[in-house]
Design a binder for this molecule. Structure first.
Ligand code: NAD
Ligand code: ZN
Length: 359
């Protein structure tokens, strides 16, 4: 299956298929790779798991750069190491970067592609569910700063995205369910028919059935591609992708980033659904139907019951805040709508030093 994304800077295709990368026999993929020379960027875990695949991927691969696994690699320092390694390997503007890994590898590779020789072409091969349904599409690239996450970066879409659900076989349980939280988020955005589909296929999803996962990834990306095609820079519509995320990010922060993004998002979605119910933006039966879907996600982290003021305090550094207001994107009836709350002291600093060391 192919989905097209069009942005201000051009358009690219997303290819989704069982074995489209891992089988190595896919002519379409091989043809695409033969167009230029590639530097593969990966992390230690993916590199170890798929060393055979990487060494046989293509004769067009000229160098492999391996980062330490995990969020702590998404820094300016690591980006500098990648850029120096590209130069040392003789990578030129005619060549390309290939991100083989999760969202961390994708974000830093895209960032390096945007600035290396003022921009070279790049390709995404996402290997986590989160990266396959979310971060590999939309053109956002970047690294974390000490003051907060994703504070340096650019919009720099890849020239292609190749998604193979067979990569999910080796994904640790916690990472798989973290990505599933984003899948459920698309359910809250898109409406009852996607939610029904997810509930109906839940056992096969949990078993990572490649056929069902292919369809699931395509459904999620059709949603994301339509949204980012209409609003790449998040002027309006793209904000719907933030459902559950204002509360989710606050929870992630209060847990000092010791839990996965998806574990925090699960609890964030439940909290924001409650808000929508209190506001009477959802009928009781709509609330219940959505809550039941979110609660299918296993509880991956036990979190304390925070007081509202603790949560609000954690929301003050949110990048989405404007004019002393915290913004939430909540489900409303069959759609979603933004609501803003005034909170004093929002222009405080983005993160405390203790929070930044936890990153
Ligand atoms: P990640 O890249 O750290 O991957 C999670 C872990 O899984 C890592 O340890 C990795 O080595 C391992 N792994 C990856 N693929 C594997 C596989 N197939 N088998 C076994 N292990 C595997 O994390 P993530 O959850 O993929 O991405 C999170 C990042 O994505 C965050 O930095 C976040 O800011 C970013 N993000 C970006 C966007 C965007 O639009 N650019 C959107 C959402 C999230
Ligand atoms: Zn998210």
């Amino acid at each position: 299956e192919t989905i097209q994304v069009t942005t201000g800077t051009g358009s690219y295709d997303i290819h989704i298929g069982e074995g489209c990368v891992t089988s190595l026999l896919n002519d379409e993929m091989q043809g695409f790779l033969q167009q230029r020379r590639w530097a593969v960027i990966t992390d230690e875990k993916v590199g170890a798991c798929y060393s055979q695949l990487i060494s046989h991927l293509s004769t067009a691969v000229v160098t492999v750069i391996t980062l330490p696994a995990g969020e702590s690699s998404k820094t300016m320092e690591q980006a500098a190491i990648v850029l120096e390694a590209l130069a040392a390997a003789g990578i030129t503007r005619e060549d390309g970067l290939m991100a083989l890994g999760g969202g961390v590898v994708g974000d830093i590779t895209g960032f390096c592609a945007a600035i290396y020789m003022r921009g070279i072409s790049w390709l995404q091969i996402p290997t986590t569910l989160l990266a396959q349904v979310d971060s590999s599409v939309g053109g956002k690239t970047g690294v974390n700063l000490r003051a907060g996450k994703n504070l340096a970066g650019s919009f720099y879409p890849p020239s292609g995205v190749w998604i193979d659900p067979l990569f999910l076989k080796t994904l640790p349980e916690a990472e798989f369910w973290s990505g599933c939280s984003e899948v459920v988020k698309y359910g809250l955005i898109e409406g009852p028919s996607l939610r029904e589909w997810l509930v109906f296929h839940w056992e096969k999803i949990a078993a990572r059935d490649p056929r069902v996962m292919t369809t699931l990834i395509a459904k999620c990306l059709q949603s994301k591609a339509a949204i980012v095609t209409a609003d790449e820079r998040e002027a309006g519509l793209r904000k719907v992708l933030n459902v559950g995320h204002t509360a989710g990010h606050a929870i992630e922060k209060l847990m000092a980033y010791r839990i996965t993004h998806g574990a925090a998002l699960r609890e964030g979605m439940l909290l924001e659904l409650k808000m929508a119910r209190e506001l009477r933006w959802l009928l009781p039966e709509q609330y219940n139907e959505m809550k039941v879907l979110v609660e299918r996600l296993p509880v991956l982290a036990t979190i304390p019951e925070w007081m509202p003021d603790e949560l609000v305090a954690a929301m003050k550094g949110d990048k989405k805040n404007r004019h002393q207001q915290i913004s939430f994107m909540l489900p409303r009836g069959q759609g979603n709508e933004e609501i803003r709350f005034i909170a004093e002291g929002i222009e405080e600093k983005l993160m405390t030093p203790e929070e930044t060391t936890a990153l």
